[in-house]
Design a binder for this molecule. Structure first.
Ligand SMILES: Cc1ncc(COP(=O)(O)O)c(C=O)c1O
Length: 374
């Protein structure tokens, strides 16, 4: 089947680009002896997870227990949840531990005690890492607080838990304004974790793992001493944001949305059938503060994007594209491809994506863990 036989909007994943992206990140991590544990949030597909593991990944990450359940049922043997999972999920986690090696993060004393009690009751041991705030200010203990090392020591002492190490996510990289700032963020992240690990080891707490992970900073994190694990997710597909942050080239972006022009109210305004229900409403991020909702390739075989086409506005089923500085030849019925701002949320919006090789559909991937929000 060819992509022109598919209805639109349609999420396409260029197989060769995906494979090249997986190879490149695995190669970068392996070359430095760092274990790669990709975050599966981007593809949510056990098939892609198996490709990552076949290339050398030690396992995957998921955010929610429901996602982990999908991957464990599909036979993925090692799953880490770098998300503050609440002990109210203990029964489901215990069931998961029968199917796969499971680890979670903790960053709160009462939560850690809750997990300890649940595991001790079940006579099981759960691997945990302490989540550390390295400047994103979302989750994680404050590494500069006087009690940071004591927190690690206390977690290590809890029955039913095995402290494996420290973990962070430098999500602030997404708002960096230069390559230099991104590199600084990656260096600071690693230094914070190294120092904390050293402090813990000094009081007799074993720290085996130092886990960092985000696609924008991955290229710098691999050069950092002491880092044992890298957890990027977006790198599998990449997107406009990663291009704007210098983490990928446009030709690395594996995921695109194929859309059809459905209206042309004026020579300089066309409407695509890919609204926020396909492209998502996630804003553009990156150096130079890009605007709009994606990069448009005018035509399915266009080798270069048309810089005049600006996806200015989305409603649920409409993308309003303004033609800067004149008219476009695109007419209703014509098809285009859009590199979205954020690939992870786009794949979460569809049941399946089409794996393609140029214009040819080679397979269909179920986004099996999509929508598993609990
Ligand atoms: C805790 C954690 N680790 C790793 C990742 C992967 O980061 P990225 O999507 O930048 O590759 C994320 C992404 O949200 C995350 O929240």
């Amino acid at each position: 089947m060819r992509i022109t036989d598919l209805p639109t909007p349609q999420v396409l994943v260029e197989r060769r680009r995906l494979e090249a992206n997986l190879d490149r990140m695995q190669g970068a991590a392996s070359a430095r002896g760092i274990r790669l544990r990709p975050h599966a949030k981007t593809h949510k597909s056990p098939v892609v997870a198996r490709w990552q593991i076949a290339r050398g990944a030690v396992g995957i990450c998921c955010a929610k227990v429901g996602e982990a359940e999908v991957f464990a049922a599909a036979g993925i043997p090692d799953i880490r949840l770098p998300y503050p999972v609440n002990p109210s999920n203990a029964d489901r986690l215990l069931a998961l531990m029968d199917r796969a090696a499971i680890s979670i993060v903790v960053d709160h004393a009462a939560v850690a005690r809750g997990w300890s009690a649940a595991m001790a009751r079940a006579d099981r041991t759960l691997d945990v890492l302490v989540k550390v705030d390295v400047g994103y200010h979302r989750c994680g203990i404050d590494p500069a607080a006087p009690g940071a090392v004591a927190f690690l020591r206390d977690v290590a002492a809890l029955a039913g838990l095995r402290l494996r190490g420290v973990l962070s996510h430098a999500g602030q990289g997404y708002t960096a304004s230069s390559v230099e700032e991104l590199e600084r963020i990656a260096r600071t992240e690693a230094a914070i974790l190294r120092d904390l690990a050293a402090g813990a080891r000094a009081v007799g707490v074993a720290i085996e793992e130092i886990s960092v992970g985000a696609t924008p900073t991955a290229r710098f994190s691999v050069n950092e001493e002491g880092v044992t694990e890298l957890r990027p997710g977006n790198y599998a597909y990449f997107d406009r944001t990663q291009v704007s942050l210098g983490a990928a080239r446009l030709e690395d972006c594996a995921l695109t949305v194929m859309a059809t022009v459905v209206s042309k109210p004026a020579p300089d305004r066309i409407v695509l059938d890919s609204g926020s229900k396909t492209l998502s409403s996630d804003a553009a991020r990156g150096f130079g503060r890009p605007s709009g909702h994606g990069i448009v390739f005018a035509g399915l075989e266009a080798p270069e994007p048309d810089p005049r086409l600006h996806v200015a506005r989305l409603s649920e089923e409409h993308a309003v594209v303004l033609v800067e500085g004149g008219a476009t030849n695109l007419e209703p019925g014509d098809r285009v491809r859009v590199v979205p701002n954020h690939a992870c949320v786009v794949s979460n919006l569809v049941d399946r994506v089409q794996l393609v090789d140029g214009l040819q559909v080679v397979d269909t991937l179920d986004v099996a863990a999509r929508g598993k929000i609990w």
